[in-house]
Design a protein around this ligand. Structure first.
Ligand SMILES: NC(=O)c1ccc[n+]([C@@H]2O[C@H](COP(=O)([O-])OP(=O)(O)OC[C@H]3O[C@@H](n4cnc5c(N)ncnc54)[C@H](OP(=O)(O)O)[C@@H]3O)[C@@H](O)[C@H]2O)c1
Length: 246
């Protein structure tokens, strides 16, 4: 258990998947949770399970990011909201998916940091958890989604330098495939591709990622967990499976 007595956490994308599982774990650890997302009925459902505050927020709405988050006193930021639109080669990507993915996963992601991190720096206390992906660390034939998560990787590395001396910690979590709504949203127009991406081996559960996040948060104050890469046992990133290698 950490010697830092964090009190409050903001979770973006708490309406499903990794964000929701992490909000539950944080609440179980006695941390006050502020849960955000676009789907108000899902936020209310979460509120009926755990004690939390909710803020309906589309993180592509830049003005609302600042008006709703800038003045909150946040110890832990779970910078999690993200989408996998454009999870295909650039020559097949819908132009609009480029905007949705880069707006959500990079531009809005940075504005959430800009709204929340100054308070942490002033208070000399805080922990930022940035949701990256193995797709941001290794090539997976996904220029748009992989590129957006590659940006998250360097954002986290630069944050570590920028925050040096402030007492604020930053951790990048890089999951492989996790069984969440991510693939329903990413492949809403291509059920075959969704099936291909989510079958053939056992995917991670959202709780697996929440547990890894809690490990980083509960580490002693002298310790910064900078990056956790976590994949299903049968997913090895970086190349194609060579049939008959066994
Ligand atoms: N699942 C995987 O295999 C996997 C692997 C590597 C990395 N990741 C990353 O993990 C993070 C969480 O994904 P997940 O797997 O938990 O997927 P998910 O179940 O689809 O959850 C995504 C969350 O992001 C929120 N979100 C998306 N666009 C938003 C917007 N414009 N404004 C506010 N909230 C928005 C969604 O809430 P609303 O729709 O209610 O707004 C939802 O709560 C993402 O950053 C994703 O890229 C996932």
């Amino acid at each position: 258990m950490s010697d830092i007595n964090y009190k409050t956490a903001l979770v973006t994308g708490a309406t499903s998947g990794i964000g929701m599982a992490t909000a539950i774990s944080l609440s179980e650890a006695g941390i006050k949770v502020i849960a955000t997302g676009r789907r108000i009925e899902k936020l209310k459902a979460l509120q009926s399970k755990i004690s939390c505050e909710i803020i309906q927020l589309d993180i592509r709405d830049q003005d609302k990011i600042y008006s709703s988050l800038e003045n909150l006193e946040i110890d832990i930021l779970i910078n999690n909201a993200g989408v996998g639109k454009g999870f295909s080669p650039i020559f097949k990507t819908e132009p609009e998916d480029i905007n949705i993915t880069t707006d959500t996963n990079v531009t809005s992601f940075l504005h959430v940091l800009r709204a929340v991190v100054p308070g942490m720096v002033n208070r000399k206390r805080g922990h930022i958890i940035n949701l990256g992906s193995v797709a941001g660390l290794y090539p997976m034939a996904s220029s748009v989604y992989g590129g957006s998560k590659g940006a998250v990787h360097l954002i986290n590395q630069n944050l570590r330098l920028e925050l040096s001396g402030t007492g604020v910690r930053a951790t990048e979590i890089c999951p492989g495939r996790v069984e969440t709504e991510f693939f329903d949203v990413a492949f809403s127009d291509n059920p075959e591709k969704k099936k291909e991406m989510t079958s053939g081996f056992t995917l991670l559960k959202q709780e697996d990622i929440a547990n890894a996040i809690m490990f980083a948060i509960q580490a002693p104050g002298r310790m910064n967990v900078s990056l956790i890469e976590i994949t299903p046992t049968e997913q090895a990133p970086g190349g194609s499976k060579i049939e008959g290698i066994k």
